[in-house]
Design a protein around this ligand. Structure first.
Ligand code: UDX
Length: 443
């Protein structure tokens, strides 16, 4: 099939590459000429495992190309995927839909033959119906430019895998034709036995926001338990393991620590609550503002625990932050909990050095006040305290005895409860964990 992908950010670039991998002819469209030049030259504009290889294969096959011209995209595709961002509005909790409206306004006037426009962006429920009307009004072909909604559940770091082998496919459609077209688009994925859920537009939009709200709630639930564990000397990891054995609960997304960040969960729970308020059912989702508060509190709790480890004062102390991305295997620093903690500690007068395997360039341009250091050893040199805040594999592979020779004082706060605490303690480190007692350092 001939498919266009409008918006080549995280979602769109991955979707375009994976659709070409699935055998379709794909044209990616973006207003950002630099992004289009990079993709056309085989350079992925962000770090995502497996993406550069598939981008190269797609370009070499001749099935994948990119453009900045909406008229070219409209002429090319039978199916147009909308993959633009829906960030949080400045000064509000609601989603900013301006890029989505702009994408429809740019594409629609060039639609002269019947086609299917498929939204993938995360949107407030009701958006698809508004866009469907706009599309029919602006497209020369009128209502034969049909709209469907097909939310995307990909995780950064696993984006290619999640797109080619998703847990499920969800489509919101207003008729059988749209469903048949989407079944054809996803034929290779359906052939793997992937569950297919076909529903109305509103339910499809809600599936995405409900899923992200549930995941965020799960993380804040275990972080609330971590606070209780800290007050009682109990161990939140054992607690999570034990409740996770109950198949109704499940162990995944119960890792206590610094909490969630990134370009999705925080803004999605806020936008969902804001939309419910607009609909007059805000109180049904009031719990999401508690989920947000619990999440943000883990950041201040981490700062307080760090202060305690330093004997009460940050001023003049050297603090090393390991990890600045919001999660490992990504270079994304959007709403990164670790970066937030680093900035709070720097604002209190500590000399903060940050390290990250992939996120330093982004951190440096967004926060020039932070000292970004390329090697872990240099970042740790002379430190009074290490903060392990993004659980990259590289940090788990560090030798605690060797790291102890780099720092001024062997103090470590593991904000992700991911390091081998007994091993670090045995190497003489004074430890602080979130929600569990730390083993005493060997003297
Ligand atoms: C999320 C959803 O998982 C995905 O389905 C959706 O399409 C987009 O939003 P992503 O933002 O890539 O994906 O990150 P995710 O893997 O969900 O992690 C989100 C945050 O939660 C990270 O900051 C991570 O460190 C944190 N997290 C995750 C925890 O603190 N504890 C956990 O147990 C799991």
């Amino acid at each position: 099939m001939r498919i266009t992908v409008i918006g080549t950010g995280y979602l769109g670039a991955v979707h375009a590459v994976c659709m070409a991998q699935a055998g379709h002819e794909v044209l990616g469209l973006d207003m950002d000429a630099a992004k289009i030049d990079a993709l056309s030259a085989g350079r992925a504009p962000f770090f995502e495992p497996g993406l550069p290889e598939l981008l190269g294969e797609g370009l070499d096959s001749g099935r994948l190309s990119f453009t900045t011209d909406p008229a070219e995209a409209a002429a090319f595709g039978e199916v147009h995927f909308l993959c633009v961002g829906t960030p949080q509005q400045p000064g509000s909790n609601a989603a900013d839909l301006r890029y989505l409206h702009a994408a429809v306004e740019a594409l629609a006037p060039h639609l002269h033959r019947p086609c299917l426009v498929v939204g993938k962006s995360t949107v407030p429920v009701g958006t698809a119906a508004v866009l469907a009307a706009k599309l029919a009004e602006l497209a020369p072909v009128g209502a034969e430019a049909e709209l469907a909604w097909n939310p995307e559940f990909l995780r950064e770091g696993f984006a290619v895998e999640d797109t080619l082998r998703p847990d499920r496919l969800v489509v919101g459609v207003t008729g059988e034709h749209a469903e048949a077209v989407l079944r054809e688009v996803y034929a290779p994925v359906l052939a793997l036995g992937t569950p297919w859920i076909s529903t109305d537009l509103a339910t499809a939009e809600l599936v995405k926001t409900a899923a992200n709200s549930f995941l965020a709630t799960k993380i804040s639930f275990i972080n609330a338990m971590a606070e209780i564990c800290d007050a009682t000397g109990a161990n939140v990891t054992t607690l999570a393991d034990a409740i996770g054995h109950d198949a109704r609960i499940g162990r995944r997304f119960l890792d206590a620590g610094l909490g969630f960040g990134g370009g999705c969960l925080p803004k999605d729970i806020r936008a969902f609550h804001a939309r419910a308020q607009e609909l007059g059912v805000g109180s049904a989702l009031d719990f999401l503002s508690h989920v947000d508060t619990i999440n943000l509190r883990q950041r201040t709790r981490t700062v307080e625990a760090a202060r305690e480890l330093l004997g009460g004062e940050f001023a003049g102390r050297r603090v090393t932050v390991l990890g600045v991305t919001f999660k490992p295997d990504s270079d994304d620093i959007r709403d990164s909990p670790s970066l937030h903690v680093a900035r709070m500690i720097a604002a209190e007068g500590a000399e903060v050095r940050v390290h990250d395997p992939e996120g330093l360039a982004n951190a440096k341009s967004a926060h020039p006040e932070l000292e970004c250091v390329e090697s872990v050893e240099d970042a740790c040199a002379g430190a009074d305290l290490l903060l392990h805040l993004t659980p990259w594999r590289q940090y788990r592979e560090l030798d605690p005895a060797e790291v102890a020779t780099w720092v001024r004082a062997p103090r470590l706060l593991d904000g992700r409860n991911a390091l081998d605490a007994p091993r670090w303690a045995a190497a003489g480190w004074t430890l602080r964990l979130l929600g569990k007692p730390a083993p005493a350092p060997a003297s």
